[in-house]
Design a protein around this ligand. Structure first.
Ligand code: AMP
Ligand code: MG
Length: 284
């Protein structure tokens, strides 16, 4: 038997009023009182359940269903967004996953409302959508680097809440995950990228420039939590200094989201008995 959570992450990690990023222990494993190896077993087991629920979701989409799940991943460089995609989304059938990474907007994207490229990337019915970065960059990096003035980014919190409500009402369950890495752990991870030729490709000299603004990023993330952790689309603050814990937690959050749709297998739109008879009547 795989070991279990003492408090599931949907409860243990949910951002509620009063959450304070500055004092959060990012090496902690809230709700999980077992070892890393027990976590690996748990994640594999959750992956099996997630895989089954995802197949039902996919079948639902194939038969015209409109429900979907959207996993929004935010975090500083090296927080482990890519690892979540590999280790958690890697547990399900890739056909059912729509992954979108959001980088610096193109010129065309900059000329459009900031939510436009996000709307275009929303998952189709039956899919699990994954955003590697998201519309939240428009109140994070944009705020910290003063890409636009406060009068422009400030109203975006309300716009985001209205947008997420609309998306939820159209049948998409949104799971917002902030992977929270400490400054010391980020430094160690960036250092590793410089020490290993197989990691150079992940290194971007600009990451060190962003690092200087750590405190301002913390403030920007705190504002995101304060303003956009809503009942329809709450944030989950996932301590990510232990990669294994972050993967375990997101695996469970995703499993709960997909299973929480309570989808059965689609009913046939044909006569099963008649089809059986037709098949059996064929000579080969
Ligand atoms: P990476 O995720 O490492 O591929 O980097 C993508 C980069 O794009 C990050 O530095 C983000 O901060 C940046 N980025 C993403 N969205 C936006 C945005 N809306 N405005 C400005 N920069 C962005
Ligand atoms: Mg990067």
């Amino acid at each position: 038997m795989a070991k279990s959570w003492s408090t599931p992450p949907g409860e243990a990690l949910r951002v509620v009023p009063g959450f304070d990023l500055a004092t959060a222990d990012l090496a902690a494993t809230p709700g999980w009182e077992h070892s890393e190896s027990a976590a690996d077993k748990r994640l594999r087991k959750d992956g099996e359940h997630l895989g089954e629920a995802q197949e039902r979701l996919f079948a639902h989409g194939r038969t015209g269903g409109k429900r979907s799940v959207l996993l929004v991943l935010q975090g500083m460089d090296t927080a482990g967004k890519g690892g979540i995609v590999r280790h958690v989304l890697g547990l399900v059938d890739p056909q059912g996953v729509e992954l979108h990474s959001f980088g610096v907007p193109t010129e065309k994207e900059r000329s459009q409302p900031f939510l436009q490229r996000i709307r275009e990337a929303l998952p189709d019915g039956g899919r699990i959508g994954v955003f590697d970065r998201s519309h939240y960059e428009d109140v994070l990096v944009v705020r910290v680097n003063e890409v636009v003035p406060r009068e422009v980014w400030e109203p975006r919190f309300d716009e985001i809440n209205a947008f997420e409500r609309e998306v939820t009402e159209s049948g998409t369950v949104i799971v917002k995950v902030a992977l929270l890495v400490s400054a010391a752990e980020q430094k160690a991870r960036l250092r590793e990228r410089l020490e290993r030729p197989d990691k150079y490709w992940k290194y971007n000299p600009g990451d060190v420039d962003e690092r200087v603004k750590w405190t301002r990023y913390q403030e920007a993330y705190q504002a995101v939590f304060d303003r956009t952790s809503t009942d329809v689309a709450p944030w989950y603050a996932v301590p990510a200094d232990n990669k294994w814990f972050a993967r375990l937690a997101v695996g469970r959050l995703l499993r709960d989201a997909v299973e929480g749709l309570h989808l059965g297998w689609p009913a046939p739109d044909f006569d099963v008995e008649a089809e059986m008879a037709r098949l059996d009547a064929q000579p080969f």
